[in-house]
Design a protein around this ligand. Structure first.
Ligand SMILES: *Cc1c(COP(=O)(O)O)cnc(C)c1O
Length: 493
């Protein structure tokens, strides 16, 4: 399968690339990204044949349908990483919360958040492709909390890949910070920055255009790659769990094969929702995808009004920080799919220049056939967390809670079942959940974890409890202007 450019071709880049090229160098002409030239169709026979498939078999067959240019042995090795999830035979459990609301739990991997679903196999694939080509790559990441731990975990000790990960010191939860700074491997460097996430991200961007940095990479024969959420190597693994969750409901007898469902996705950069969109286009019986936002409600605004307007907006810090995003990168692939490359280029350049674009009435109605959206305030989120715990004995994180608002407001047909996605374990955002359940404020994660464990009569999972006793391997915390020097000395080590 070929991948083509969302903003068209500039005459310098190839007009189409293979899967492995698209994942090694994800940026395309005019600042665009790569999208599949066409999508494989999954017909009734495919779904029937996979009703009783395990997760890995389903994933393998979906990747095969995309005809990716990756050795079968590499794909097998990448998918075998799901064996290390809590339950190897069911890495994505789907739990009933209310009669017509099922939650697909995407957080049963090593770092307890949904980034593992894609980054675990992606890390193996990228490293294997780099190794086969005899090329070395540096992955630069700036994280507000979940991507950093997942990227470090997946690339730890992998061949031909080094990772430098920037995080805002004091800007992540204790658990997220510990997950990063206790990672000990020669190919990983974790750097705390005095500043916030925007500082970390802008420092990373200035590094990308620095001439001295570029020259140093060249001298080491190292290319830059990105593990960010526009990389199609992540998106492809995010199609699988939407199909799997649907088939789980069939297996449980909740729906019949062919019956439509709503998908309900807590969204930031729109990778998770895009996976659902592709699954629908490939043939999964989906009535509509409900996009859940927090107070940074650009996606809700786009889907409700056709305007994407960030001209008067700044990021509002919320209790669901992984969704605190104004420029939602993967929306571009939906625009491309619905309106074509020329129009996508026009809209995206307008967003860069004027911080705003507007769809036509016809374009908006096309978007609204498949998507509906709503946003959930922090206050409402606390209420949903408390309600799910009290009424259904269900513990959920503040990102997942935003889905419950969209579930309340977006369903037009109440006879249709909803699959909502849970993106983080309760252990990762414990102070918010402790507050929702008890009304009390905890400064430290460890106090909140204990409070929740007591209240819910459960144990703190071993890998989280162990973090608090692990040795700190990554001690670097510096000012922004020292980042380049720090990364150079890491590369020279
Ligand atoms: C990354 C993340 C999201 C947002 O997912 P997107 O694919 O960027 O829309 C939601 N919740 C959690 C916990 C995350 O880590």
């Amino acid at each position: 399968m070929k991948f083509i450019e969302t903003r068209g071709n500039d005459g310098k880049k190839p007009v189409s690339v293979t899967f492995s090229q698209a994942i090694l160098s994800p940026m395309s002409s005019f600042g665009g990204i790569y999208s599949p030239a066409s999508l494989p169709a999954l017909d009734d026979a495919f779904f029937k044949a996979h009703i009783n498939s395990g997760y890995k078999t389903l994933a393998k067959d979906i990747l095969q349908a995309f005809e990716v240019d990756i050795e079968p042995a590499v794909i097998d090795a990448a998918l075998s990483l799901y064996d290390a999830f809590d339950d190897a035979s069911n890495p994505v459990p789907v739990e009933k919360v209310y009669d017509d609301l099922y939650v697909s739990e995407l957080y049963h991997g090593p770092t307890r958040a949904f980034k593992d679903m894609a980054l675990q196999p992606f890390g193996k694939v990228l490293s294997a492709v780099a190794q086969a080509r005899g090329e070395k790559y540096l992955i630069l990441a700036a994280t507000s909390g979940d991507t950093g731990p997942a990227a470090l975990e997946t690339f730890k000790n992998r061949e031909n890949v080094q990772v430098a990960c920037l995080y805002p010191d004091g800007g992540t939860s204790d658990v997220q910070r510990l997950q990063m700074v206790t990672e000990d491997a020669a190919n990983l460097k974790v750097i705390g920055i005095h500043g916030d996430f925007d500082d970390a991200q802008s420092a990373l961007k200035s590094l990308l255009v620095s001439e001295t940095f570029g020259a140093a990479l060249k001298a080491h024969d190292i290319s830059l790659s990105a593990a960010n959420s526009v990389n199609f190597g992540r998106i492809i693994f995010q199609i699988v769990y939407h199909v799997y969750s649907y088939l789980e409901l069939v297996r449980k007898g909740v729906i019949q094969l062919g019956e439509q469902v709503y998908l309900n996705v807590p969204s930031g950069n729109f990778g998770n929702a895009l996976g659902g969109y592709y699954a629908w286009k490939m043939g999964l019986p989906v009535k509509q995808i409900h996009i859940a936002s927090n107070n940074n409600n650009v996606l809700t605004q786009l889907i409700k009004t056709g305007r994407y307007d960030i001209s008067d907006k700044r990021v509002i810090p919320t209790t669901s920080p992984a969704m605190d995003i104004l420029k939602s990168s993967n929306v571009e692939r939906v625009l491309f799919d619905l309106y074509g490359a020329e129009r996508t280029k026009e809209l995206m350049l307008k967003l860069d220049a004027e911080k705003c674009y507007e769809l036509t009435t016809a374009e908006l109605s096309k978007l609204q056939t498949l998507f509906a959206a709503d946003f959930c305030s922090d206050e409402e989120g606390l209420g949903y967390i408390k309600q799910a715990f009290e009424q259904a004995d269900y513990l959920m994180c503040p990102h997942t809670a935003t889905c419950f608002k969209a579930y309340d407001t977006c369903r037009e047909d109440k006879s249709i079942k909803t699959i909502a996605y849970s993106t983080a374990e309760w252990t990762k955002f414990s102070p918010v959940i402790a507050k929702a359940l008890t009304g009390e404020t905890c400064e430290q994660d460890i106090d909140a974890l204990e409070m929740i464990a007591n209240k819910a009569k459960i144990k703190i999972p071993a890998q989280i409890a162990a973090l608090f006793d692990k040795e700190i391997a990554q001690k670097t915390v510096i000012d922004k202007q020292d980042i380049e020097k720090e990364i150079m000395s890491f590369l020279n080590a």
